[in-house]
Ligand binder design. Sequence first.
Ligand SMILES: NC(=O)c1ccc[n+]([C@@H]2O[C@H](COP(=O)([O-])OP(=O)(O)OC[C@H]3O[C@@H](n4cnc5c(N)ncnc54)[C@H](O)[C@@H]3O)[C@@H](O)[C@H]2O)c1
Length: 380
Amino acid sequence: MDRVRIGILGTGNIAPLNVAAYLKHPNCDVLAVCDTREHKAREAAEQWGVPKVYTDMDAMLADPDLDAVEILTPTMLHKDHVLAALQAGKHVSVQKPIANSVRDGIEMMEAAKAAGLTLRISECNFGYPPLVKAKELIKSGVIGHPTMCRIKTVVGQTNSEFQNGLDPSGYTWRFNDQSPGGHLFDDMVHKYGTALWLFDQDITSVQAIVRQAPAFFEAPMAAIWEYERESLLGMMEVTYAPNMHIKSSFYGADEFFEIQGTDGWIWVTRGTGEMLDLAPVIVYHPDGTTTSYSNIEARWDSGFVHTSTAFIDALLAGTPDPEMTPELAIKTLQFCFAVYQASIDRSPVDPRTITDSVSPPWWPPDLSNYFEDIKNYGTK
Ligand SMILES: NC(=O)c1ccc[n+]([C@@H]2O[C@H](COP(=O)([O-])OP(=O)(O)OC[C@H]3O[C@@H](n4cnc5c(N)ncnc54)[C@H](O)[C@@H]3O)[C@@H](O)[C@H]2O)c1
């Protein structure tokens, strides 16, 4: 293939970030957009200069001019949309999470294998330069053998232009039984996936405590896990701070990653936000010196640019999917559901035993006292 002609399914909140690199890629043509909300599809087509506009997925998939589709529809539709796209002979990139259940993810993976087509999951963390650098540094052995992975996520509030411009209708399906869980499903899959990807190691056991927070939040949460290699462990926390301003150009959240090794450690000091005035990646060496990677590209949306570029480059090269394979996306889902299950059982769960999905006991949440719940959060 010397050019990739791609169609975009779903032109909602996240679409501009995913599509930006396709529009810029010298060997990619964004030929079509499709959204059941015609005004959204037309608006996107006009803004991006896309010639074909569809409101019916099957009509777009029947377009013989398309080689590939980017699926940006709500997660509960991923399975049906991916299967339809593969059936129509298109290569597929689909946003995370791969699906609402492990069973669905496996069906999608097998359909892609049977069709001999690429199915990859669009995971912006795998293209985010500070995390790519951290993975490269771990592999180079600069910190010796990794022994601990620590990931913190904090959610607060922000008034970024991006956040203020979000269409609230993009949240209804995240807050009800169309999703198996809330924030630990929708957002934390990025971090569960990153914990797997950084070390190329399977996770064999997860313990967790998850508390309910307002709306779809699930915090505080604390989890610890074991990797295949006994000397490597992981831990994670998720906190909700509704009254804390998060310095961010995107969502009101940020992340920190610390990878301790036998010889030193690596910090990734930002993710979605830019809370701390620190270099995005800092290495502490065995001799006590530090290296700060200050000039590394670290805007959160750069992850989308590199991830979308990688999809096109892989199709052009005829190589397998970049980074997030369906196998890894399924392990990520198993990790996610193992956290919920471990919190319910108050005992360790092997994520590899999860075959379907798990929801927190209070799911779907009662939203009737939303503002009151936020006011009282942290008092009980
Ligand atoms: N950091 C990230 O990588 C990130 C961030 C946000 C969302 N996401 C993922 O992206 C996906 C979309 O999220 P969003 O926030 O943009 O949601 P959204 O609800 O804002 O957008 C979804 C769009 O799909 C359209 N749609 C629904 N059914 C359709 C159909 N049958 N055919 C065509 N279009 C249809 C809707 O009209 C809407 O415009 C989700 O899977 C979500 O998890 C990823």
